[in-house]
Design a protein. Structure first.
Length: 95
């Protein structure tokens, strides 16, 4: 399975979106995990799942999701490492 990771920074927290996609058994699937990183903890909800008969349908949906997120200000990351801001000190730290 392949993965994409997106973040969107707000004043007091960072929204995250993890997308896993690929062949699972006999079906192509997309699993999307929405989460949040704030000054105290990291939360992630249950995945939203989409199933497809053909790879083309899944890849088209991934393409649409990526474009929509980028158009509204989300940033695609290479990995799940997110730099979050320490609001007490005003400096960046690794998550």
């Amino acid at each position: 399975m392949k993965s994409l990771f997106f973040t969107h920074q707000h004043q007091r927290y960072t929204q995250t979106l993890r997308i896993h996609y690929g062949l699972d058994g006999m079906k192509y699937i997309i699993k999307m995990y929405e989460g949040e990183i704030n000054g105290h903890e990291e939360n992630e909800g249950y995945p939203t799942k989409y199933r497809y008969e053909f790879e083309e349908g899944m890849l088209n949906h991934i393409y649409e999701i990526r474009n929509e997120l980028k158009n509204i200000g989300w940033i695609q990351k290479e990995s799940q490492e997110v730099h979050k801001t320490s609001f007490l000190r005003g400096e960046d730290i690794d998550a």
